[in-house]
Design a protein around this ligand. Structure first.
Ligand code: HPA
Length: 273
């Protein structure tokens, strides 16, 4: 417990040596969101490998650095590349950067991901603002001893995604002419994509989109008292009765298309906070 605090403090001290600003917004960039990082002005990019206690990103499509700077005048810190449970990291490792963001001063966390769309209304590259989630990862980053100075033992989850931020996102998307509906995100451990029977079950459970990330980071963010805004990009259509084999290259290409829209939407939202 104490050890976690010490690790957080060490990481914070190291980041502040590169960038002595208190960020207001933290952003986790999922697959396809590279264009957003390039809009951060006066940015200092800190490779994860240079930050004490940060795990090292292993997925090719993720760069693995913290981009610190100003987005539309707002101080932000963005994770270019995240850590996934399926890579073998523990839930504590996956979520360590969120603890660090909070300790740097972040008040609002914006999380993004690529996800499978199970709602028959979805089209490829659609944006979904996450309204709620289901944790089916089979683990939880808050398991184990609880450090009360970081957050409560039994954090409330009646509203993990901030209602005002969600409404702001939808209003802003409408103004920009970007389709963006609300949806429920379900997180699975991965790394395999789902079987038809699994998609049918997940849809029946009430989920609209499915992915392998985000929920751990959101659980820790809520535990730490952050306001959260989440987005999914629909990268493949997961209709159990018309399922095509998944093509990871196509998923990454579609994530890039959705990412372009999200890279217009997020700065506009940040400018209105
Ligand atoms: N399932 C799980 N994760 C995903 C998917 C999917 O269909 N698409 C993109 N990430």
């Amino acid at each position: 417990m104490l050890e976690l605090r010490l690790k957080i403090d060490e990481a914070v001290r190291s980041i502040r040596r590169h960038w002595p600003v208190a960020p207001k917004v933290g952003i986790i960039l999922g697959t396809g969101l590279g264009g957003l990082a390039s809009q951060i002005e006066g940015s200092h990019s800190i490779p994860y490998a240079g930050i004490p206690h940060f795990p090292i990103s292993t997925v090719e499509s993720h760069a693995g650095q913290l981009v610190c700077g100003h987005l539309r005048g707002v101080p932000v810190v963005a994770m270019e590349g995240r850590f996934h449970f399926y890579e073998g990291y523990s839930m504590q490792e996956v979520t360590f950067p969120v603890r660090v963001m909070r300790a740097l001063g972040v008040e609002i966390l914006i999380v993004t991901n690529a996800a499978g769309g199970m709602n028959p209304h979805h089209e490829l590259a659609d944006l979904i603002v996450i309204d709620d989630h289901i944790n089916l990862m089979g683990d939880n980053p808050l398991r184990g001893p609880n450090d009360e100075t970081l957050g409560p033992r039994f954090p409330d989850m009646s509203q993990p995604y901030d209602r005002q931020l969600t409404a702001l996102a939808q209003r802003t998307a409408l103004e920009l002419g970007i389709p963006c509906r609300k949806g429920v995100f379900v997180a699975v451990a991965g790394p395999n994509l789902e079987t038809r029977a699994e998609y049918r079950m997940l849809r029946g459970m009430g989920a609209d989109v499915v992915g392998m990330s985000t929920v751990p980071e959101v659980l820790v963010a809520v535990h730490a008292g952050l306001r959260v805004l989440g987005f999914s990009i629909v990268t493949d259509l997961c209709l159990p009765d018309a399922l095509e084999p998944a093509d990871i290259r196509q998923i990454i290409e579609v994530a890039g298309r959705g990412g372009e829209r999200l890279s217009r939407l997020i700065p506009e939202i940040v400018s209105r906070l």
